[in-house]
Design a protein around this ligand. Structure first.
Ligand SMILES: [Zn+2]
Length: 333
């Protein structure tokens, strides 16, 4: 996935992307055949008493998975249902709604988008289609700003390209409510509480605690056997967020946006990041270049032990070391 920096580098290409996007939308409005095909059903999994999830098997969008790359979570209480992250397209959200209805799930009454990367919110379209245009959709103000700006149209158009048109017909349905750290929402017998501790994966991450179930939905602040896109994030900010999440909630199950939920997700992510970041700090202190930081990171047992089980490791580790190195340099001066 491209970073904001890469997006800015490619500003020259953006004008043509914008034209292409408007053409797709014009076509989608006039002809049904340009709407991408239905997504094949992925069954709901029950995670805890009130929490269900549609698990995305893949970490990256392809024509084959049609953009299904981020988990979609349903939390059902006696008074309502909240969806945490809505998927990457209209088609994915339609599939999720079908699965939810087939289970006998009550109507969805609200959505929280964990952050502004499109795989977590472009599915808003399908939920609004099913449950009405007045559906409250919450996101952090930083995320709302990014979605309404360059990031939104970039993600919408990129998903079409990455999936070879499978997400066509998806429209941006932006969040309509601000949400922030400490906000709570009651679903009757379930209490939901939001956590935000500054920049971690992005400047606008929200984690959602399902208090009674001791489940923490973390979006991309934590991943399980995936290498996180850190282009707009911070290693030091992530460590701060990990500490605060551990201190401020009694979590039993960490539910990431990518990968499987479980009790060890935070430990896994912290070890990987700490291994990368410590190697960069050591290289910076020794006056060594980024290549040396990379060798040190790959040799660190906390990193080395995860290479074979981590999707996207080889293609992304170089970039993540570079970002950690830059941050370690800044921290040293
Ligand atoms: Zn993300």
């Amino acid at each position: 996935m491209l970073s904001r920096r890469q997006i800015l580098w490619r500003t020259g290409a953006l004008a043509s992307v914008a034209v292409a996007a408007s053409q797709w939308q014009a076509l989608a409005q006039t002809a049904n055949f340009v709407i991408g095909p239905a997504v094949k059903p992925t069954p709901l999994q029950q995670i805890s008493r009130h929490v269900w999830m549609i698990e995305a098997a893949d970490g990256f969008p392809t024509p084959d998975n049609q953009g299904l790359m981020a988990n979609i979570t349903f939390i059902e209480g006696s008074n309502g249902v909240l969806v945490f992250d809505s998927g990457a397209s209209l088609q994915i959200a339609r599939m999720a709604v079908e699965q939810w209805r087939a289970r006998g799930g009550k109507p969805v009454t609200a959505i929280v988008n964990s952050h502004y990367h499109g795989d977590h919110w472009l599915g808003n379209h399908g939920f609004v289609e099913a449950y009405g245009k007045d559906l409250p959709i919450y996101a952090h103000p930083e995320s709302r700003k990014a979605m309404a700006g360059l990031h939104g149209s970039y993600w919408l158009e990129s998903m079409v390209k990455w999936t070879n048109g499978a997400t066509m017909g998806t429209e941006m349905v932006l969040p309509n409510r601000d949400a922030n750290h400490g906000d709570t929402l009651s679903l009757g017998d379930v209490t939901l509480k939001l956590h935000h501790y500054g920049v971690a994966h992005t400047p606008g991450d929200l984690c959602l605690e399902v208090v009674e179930d001791r489940v923490m939905c973390v979006g991309d602040v934590l991943m399980d056997r995936r290498i996180a896109n850190m282009d707009e994030g911070s290693y030091l900010g992530s460590f701060k967020t990990f500490d605060a999440l551990e201190a401020n909630a009694k979590t039993k199950i960490w539910l990431p946006g990518h990968g499987k939920p479980g009790p060890d997700v935070l430990r896994w992510q912290r070890e990987l990041f700490q291994g990368i970041y410590d190697a960069c700090t050591a290289a910076v202190k020794a006056g060594e270049p980024v290549e040396s930081a990379r060798s040190k990171a790959l040799a660190d047992p906390r990193v080395a032990s995860k290479i074979s089980e981590t999707k996207g490791f080889d293609s992304n580790i170089g970039k993540y070391v570079s970002l950690a190195y830059l941050e370690a340099e800044q921290a040293e001066f």
